[in-house]
Design a protein around this ligand. Sequence first.
Ligand code: NAD
Length: 385
Amino acid sequence: MQKIKTALFGTGFVGRVHLEGIRRVGFVDLCAIGEPQIEKARALADEFGVPKAEADYRRVLEDKEIQAVHVCTPNFLHFPIAKEALQAGKHVICEKPLATSVAEAQELVALATSLNRRNCTFHNLRYYPMVQHMRRMREAGELGDILVVQGTYSQDWLLYDTDYNWRIESKQNGRSRCLADIGSHWCDMAEHVTGQRITTLCADIQTFHKTRKKPKGPIETFAGKTLRPEDYEEIPIDTEDFGGVVFRMGERTRGVFTASQVASGRKNGLSIEIYGTKCGVAWNQERPDELWIGNRNSPNQLIIKDPSLMQPAARSYADLPGGHSEGYDDTFKQVFRRFYRSIQDPAAAPEYPQFADGLRQLTILDAEFESNENRAWVDVPEFKG
Ligand SMILES: NC(=O)c1ccc[n+]([C@@H]2O[C@H](COP(=O)([O-])OP(=O)(O)OC[C@H]3O[C@@H](n4cnc5c(N)ncnc54)[C@H](O)[C@@H]3O)[C@@H](O)[C@H]2O)c1
């Protein structure tokens, strides 16, 4: 069978993880890179044997042989690039957030549907093996009725006012930074694992640094160095450092989470705890192979990822035997494998988050901002796209 030809747009932090992940799917060929930093793109193409690197992604879209693209650029480019890619007949995997507004996301959902293209918003964190195990425990009724969902996604990489990145600026990032960047992963996981939707919420959003020191030169130049006053300019900040959200999932289930990029010492601290009428489960991204199960009348358990002991429906998300860790970059392989299988087999169900899931997260974000502005509870609407 012929391999599926694909392309990668954006080769920063996550673009490289996509590249390596694509290489792990045997029936897919990465044929081109689109990246304006062309020297960097060429070096990467050489290193990984990718035949073509273009500064302008549009040149890549013109190639009729390329069937799919990965959009790994700063957020404000997701909508225009994903739209052009769909119009060029490509299947699209787009990094989160899918777009910078609900209206844009709705347009992408509608376009992908009308053109019958496979589409994925990259909420990959659902696909850690132990997250899938929790989901299948819930489906099997082992948690009982869910009473409370709680947790956080906390990082510290933007703690200081000298920390800078394109995400700081709403022009490149969109209105929401912390809640869109990491809070959306938490909400996606909470809804995926519980099988319930956040129906109403109350949010408190804070920008601790009202101004930040933006380096005058390329940010990489200053990485790890102490900035001198002449190296930066002080600019006002219009994206948030922190969000705290209380929410309801329907009539009975209650929840609360925080998202923070200024939590000293927390590097990539996503934790989620789900308390049901039969037991509780707790999972932490920095110890991904472990799952805590809390019992009222028997000893608590700490189970270690082992496919032979996992819920049968979760086993296909673990490729290695027990005791062999599987982490962040393995979630990429799990999504890609299922996405590309669904291109090969038009009858295959999409076992990955789609553009509709990206739209869902933008809808939640809108409700969070409305709630914060009005100091009020806000219902989260259901959009069909
Ligand atoms: N799913 C995840 O776990 C995860 C993790 C990190 C980042 N992300 C998402 O991935 C996206 C990229 O984040 P990052 O941390 O890799 O950023 P980054 O700054 O490290 O990389 C962005 C890259 O896009 C390139 N780029 C800019 N304009 C472009 C264009 N017109 N065409 C092609 N490439 C272009 C830049 O030159 C840069 O190389 C963001 O939307 C972010 O939310 C997702």
